[in-house]
Design a protein around this ligand. Structure first.
Ligand code: SF4
Length: 345
């Protein structure tokens, strides 16, 4: 077997057509293959392809599907998958069941270079980038496990990794998953969360991809944010907010801020005031995310502390919702399952 086989999931339909033409095959086969790939079907079972073509495909390519190393199912229905890639790397993917449909949270890098102090994914730093096909594989694999008619409707790029530091692959993934012969997920059903890589936000604004862009804020006080998010040293909050506003203006999408609630750290009156000042009349929505478990010195706030902070935001006229904590009984927080496996290895 050829060991340099490439993954078909890494190709767009147009690229696949060109490959088929170079193999002396008809380009219309690309659509058939794309549909099989979207269902995670192995080459041998692509029943409307001639046997000779299936053999050729097996010789030159892999399907590119990841293997499920572990599946954990929470009491609330959340499923967490540890997926194994072709080089043995492990990544986490989480499936959540919301009233508006099944939502998958995918990883965009193996490990993460950002080093946020409250996050287990940053432990060990960045190992490597995920290819567009590996991100696609996360969605397609989990979707195929769900079975027919139980399709994933929403995708969030909020798992391990900073998506905008894997720029080209992420943009290619977004175009592929949106494509008609893949899952055809609407851009409005995709959210991408960034720490605030200001030049990449500006570049992304020009791509014409109107998804929900979320800024991981976690504190509106620069000195405080610097303590938990080293990104603040490089790209300031004010510049990132300006870049986000330009994206919203261009796409007409809503401005979303992610704010993880950390006990005794970012839930005081001065934090609420700083949020109000930072937004300065900007119509942004804040997603409050109660810390899930403990990482380093940071821990989950009590219900009473959360309600107190919500009251402060309300008084200041800020729009917010609290995200339900899902999967708490299954290493629910970002990176915890992968971190556990790597430590135990
Ligand atoms: S919160 Fe996101 S960006 Fe920060 S270390 Fe974790 S995965 Fe990376």
């Amino acid at each position: 077997m050829n060991e340099n086989r490439i993954s078909l999931l890494d190709l767009t339909e147009e690229e696949l057509k060109q490959e088929l033409i170079s193999m002396g095959e008809k380009p219309f086969r690309a659509k058939q293959i794309m549909l099989w790939l979207s269902m995670c079907v192995p080459f041998d079972e692509m029943s409307n392809l001639p046997k000779a073509l299936r053999e050729k495909l097996k010789e030159r390519y892999t399907e590119g599907y990841p293997e499920v190393e572990t599946e954990l199912i929470s009491r609330d229905g959340t499923r967490k998958y540890l997926l194994k890639l072709s080089d043995g790397s492990l990544i986490e993917t989480v499936l959540m069941d919301y009233s508006y449909g099944k939502t998958i949270c995918i990883s965009t890098q193996v490990g993460c270079p950002m080093g946020c102090a409250f996050c287990a994914s940053g432990i060990g730093g960045l190992k490597r980038q995920l290819s567009s096909g590996e991100m696609l594989g996360e969605v397609l694999k989990v979707n195929s496990i769900l079975g027919e008619g139980r399709n994933i409707r929403n995708i969030v790029l909020m798992g391990t990794g900073e998506p905008l530091l894997n720029y080209e692959n992420v943009v290619k993934f977004l175009r592929c998953i949106h494509a008609e012969n893949s899952l055809g997920i609407a851009y409005r059903n995709i959210s991408l969360s960034t720490c605030g890589i200001e030049p990449a936000i500006r570049r992304f604004t020009e791509e014409g991809i109107p998804l929900t862009l979320c800024l991981s804020l976690h504190s509106a006080i620069p000195e405080k944010r610097r303590k938990i998010m080293p990104v603040e040293e490089r790209w300031s909050l004010t510049d990132s907010v300006k870049a986000m506003s330009a994206y919203m203006e261009k796409t007409g999408r809503r401005f979303i801020l992610e704010y993880i609630l950390l006990k005794d750290f970012n839930m005081g009156k001065e934090d609420a005031d700083a949020l109000k000042e930072l937004l300065n009349g900007e119509t942004a929505h804040i997603n409050l995310i109660p810390m899930n478990g403990d990482t380093g010195p940071y821990s989950a706030p009590s219900e009473e502390e959360i309600s107190r902070f919500e009251k402060m935001l309300e008084i200041r006229g800020l729009s917010f919702t609290r995200r339900r904590s899902l999967g708490q009984d299954i290493e629910g927080a970002c990176g915890q399952l992968r971190a556990k496996y790597i430590i135990e290895d």
